[in-house]
Design a protein around this ligand. Sequence first.
Ligand SMILES: [Zn+2]
Length: 132
Amino acid sequence: MRRQVSGHYDGASSWDNIEATARGGSARRSWYGNAPGGYTNLNPQMLRAMKILAKQGYSFHVTSIAGASHSRGSRHYAGLAFDVDRINGIKVGYGSPYWRKFLNRCRELGATETKGPGDSGHSRHVHAAWPR
Ligand SMILES: [Zn+2]
């Protein structure tokens, strides 16, 4: 995603984070809300998992990696987490398909914190985070 869900264009969108990392740089964090600003590196295990998920046929819409405002101390700020609001073209919601299997795959690929519909604040997106 090229902008934040919040509507901010701050150079810290998931698109910006991936592009900066592909160039060998660091990923920018947002400066609003709880976000601490500055930069971080994206975790290689997380990136590898994203690539594997895509290779295995998942298409997913990444709303945030290191950018945006999350809870204080969130693993997003350390480049260890990503959020997804659409999987295989379908919006994430309690009754929607794909997201449970998607999160299972994330855990198999090393994620140690996964959240989705049914978890507080995650009714419309899934969150997968890798260990610090
Ligand atoms: Zn998240």
